[in-house]
Design a protein around this ligand. Structure first.
Ligand SMILES: Nc1ncnc2c1ncn2[C@@H]1O[C@H](COP(=O)(O)OP(=O)(O)OP(=O)(O)O)[C@@H](O)[C@H]1O
Ligand SMILES: [Zn+2]
Length: 622
């Protein structure tokens, strides 16, 4: 038997609407007695009053009428002249003869009228509307589909438009494109595969962080193969009525089969495809039913029949293993943030067709935005165009692009918050230290720009760019260098002021995460060459301790202790480097306080003299 789970908010709206409706009807009834009975001359009413044949009477001051019910139950009404004394006398006569008389006074009536005729209907309509929205958001059952389509809240579920993107609109992801091209081929010429008896893939899982173009790739695949595109997001199924999600999956696949060649795209697959039986509490049933239906559909269709399922996720590790079995999401296509070359290509793509100054060098800009995703790069170009327009220039220049990068990194420049001298000095020393330590470990060219202009709530995040996110295989010494750079700010504050400021928060966070991964994922601590928890190293970089799963409490403490040892050692190394280069730190900080921003050339001058610290041992970790 299907279990119906009700959303408390919907129930609330429904009861509210019902109560209001009831009140409305009651009030409607009480104000409309005039619709019954016949009109009689006023003198007739006067006569009835003196004769004592009136049982009830009601005087409506607001429209000068009196309603009368006589002893036989007959109802009549009359208009009365605007003569207060006469009317009072009539009422007195009636009361003398034991009639029950009520008087609806002018003002009270008007308020009541306003409520009944204006406010109540609005309230009722509003709550009904809200109720409808809740329902139609959750389900397409019944006749709600049309309503919700009209209300515009429904998922984009329908054949793709022929004007959709193609692979030419995707830059810097050659590996992903190559893999998807194969699927295109399958959609275009399924016979070739069928003839060879090859078992063609049914679908592919696009794995990568947000903004790397997974949705874009799926659309482009459809565009390239001239296939219809049906998309739905896993998040839409969370929290819907039991059975609705499964029905929608069935419906989606039926439509896609009819429209073949077609691509079904499921964004945020992890929302619906989590490991079964892993969730807590209610609502789980619904997700599992939806997931089961998805598995059924994927098993049910015949690969080579012009239908391919693509899905996107950034947490492949939490997916139900059943989804990844052969015959389902056979393939995983990794869609990572682009490397320097890829970034340059994406920037070129978005700069093309815009007026660009001659000195603009996409490769150079790309170098300055290590780790940016395609979406962020698009944003950089857009911000730069806005800044150019605002500055009254006609071509996007290097200066605007630089400023745009800073905006995307740390939110728009915040000119309203003026830093005190003390704040400025703290941040200047802190940022100078990051640059100096980075220069001592890598070559000085790594640091492009340094700034202490406050940007949104983040101060001086410019140095976050230092971490080379292009590399995926890092040696232990690479990680230790990253840690040393990260801890440089804190070390410098301690050296200069004897204490740290809140500016170290981001750095500590970065360092802790990295150090903890070294302990739990890379076997780089006395805990030994083991991984702790179930995460793969890559994913684990962002995971928290709670996600470690079933490790004993003693182990957690040891992880914490070892993490701290690693971070403290990194700060100690940073302090040594800073000690050896303290004059340079001071010089840079002084310049920063004065100019707020130092560019490439100015920085290079300072950093040229930086030298590595003599290591006086004692911190050799295992
Ligand atoms: N490789 C790329 N080439 C060109 N444009 C890109 C690329 N990557 C991202 N973009 C731009 O960024 C936008 C957002 O990317 P998209 O929505 O496809 O990312 P996503 O990986 O699906 O992110 P999410 O996981 O948040 O849905 C795209 O519409 C496109 O404009
Ligand atoms: Zn810092």
């Amino acid at each position: 038997m299907p279990r119906i789970s009700f959303d408390p908010l919907a129930v609330l709206f429904a009861s509210l609407a019902a109560v209001l409706l009831l009140v409305f009807l009651v009030m409607l009834g009480s104000t409309q007695p005039s619709s019954r009975g016949t009109q009689v001359p006023y003198t007739t009413v006067q006569r009835m009053a003196t004769a004592g044949s009136v049982r009830f009477a009601r005087q409506l001051d607001y429209d000068h009428r009196i309603l009368v019910v006589d002893r036989d139950g007959r109802e009549v009404w009359a208009s009365y002249p605007a003569n207060g004394a006469l009317q009072d006398q009539l009422v007195n006569t009636m009361r003398d003869k034991n009639a029950a008389v009520t008087i609806d006074s002018q003002s009270g009536k008007q308020a009541k009228r306003l409520i009944v005729q204006v406010l109540l209907p609005i309230l009722i309509l509003a709550s009904l509307f809200a109720l409808f929205m809740r329902i139609s958001q959750k389900s397409d059952a019944g006749g709600m589909g049309a309503f919700s389509r009209w209300a515009g809240r429904r998922s984009k579920l329908g054949p793709g438009d022929p004007q959709g993107p193609s692979f030419a609109d995707v830059a810097g992801a050659p590996a992903a494109v190559a893999e998807l091209e194969e699927l295109c081929d399958l959609l275009r010429a399924p016979d070739r595969y069928n003839a060879l008896g090859a078992r063609p893939p049914k679908g592919a899982l696009l794995v990568g962080p947000p903004g790397t173009g997974k949705t874009l790739l799926a659309r482009a695949t459809a565009g390239e193969a001239q296939a219809a595109f049906f998309s739905v997001s896993g998040a839409e199924f969370v929290e819907s009525l039991v059975g609705v999600g499964a029905a929608r999956i069935r419906d989606l696949f039926a439509k896609a089969r009819d429209a073949a060649p077609a691509i079904v795209f499921i964004d945020e697959l992890d929302a619906v495809g989590r490991k079964r039986g892993a969730g807590v509490g209610q609502g789980n049933d619904e997700r599992e039913q939806t997931l089961n239906q998805l598995l059924v559909e994927m098993d049910g269709f015949d690969a080579g029949g012009g239908l391919i399922v693509l899905a996107a996720t950034n947490r492949p590790d939490i997916l139900d293993p059943a989804l990844l079995r052969p015959g389902r999401f056979d393939r995983q296509v990794t869609v990572d943030a682009p490397d320097a070359e890829g970034r340059a290509q994406i920037l070129s793509l978005y700069l093309a067709g815009r007026p660009v100054a001659e000195d603009v060098e996409p490769a150079e800009i790309a170098r300055r935005c290590s780790g940016f995703t395609g979406a962020e790069l698009e944003n950089v170009v857009n911000e730069a165009a806005l800044l150019t327009a605002r500055g009254g220039h006609t071509a996007i220049g290097m200066h605007e692009l630089d400023e745009a990068i800073q905006r995307v990194v740390g939110g728009p420049r915040n000119d309203t918050h003026v830093l005190s001298d003390e704040e400025l000095e703290t941040i200047a020393v802190h940022e100078a230290a990051h640059a100096v330590v980075a220069a001592s470990l890598h070559d000085g060219a790594q640091v492009h720009q340094l700034s202490i202009v406050s940007r949104g709530r983040r101060l001086g995040r410019a140095t976050a760019l230092l971490l080379d996110r292009d590399r995926t295989v890092l040696r232990r010494s690479d990680l230790e260098r990253q840690l040393e750079v990260a801890m440089a700010g804190a070390a410098a504050e301690r050296l200069a002021f004897g204490e740290v400021s809140t500016a170290v928060n981001d750095d500590l966070h970065t360092a802790t995460q990295l150090a903890r991964s070294m302990v739990t994922s890379f076997g780089m601590s006395p805990l030994g060459p083991v991984t702790i928890g179930e995460q793969s190293a890559e994913v684990f970089l962002g995971a928290s301790l709670q996600e470690l799963g079933s490790v004993g409490p003693g182990t957690l403490e040891r992880i914490d202790a070892e993490t701290r040892v690693i971070v403290e050692a990194a700060e100690e190394r940073a302090a040594q480097t800073l000690d050896a280069n303290w004059a340079i730190v001071r010089a840079i900080a002084g310049d920063l306080v004065e100019h707020e921003t130092l560019d490439d050339a100015q920085l290079a001058q300072h950093l040229a003299a930086v030298r590595a610290a003599p290591r006086n041992g004692g911190h050799a970790a295992p």
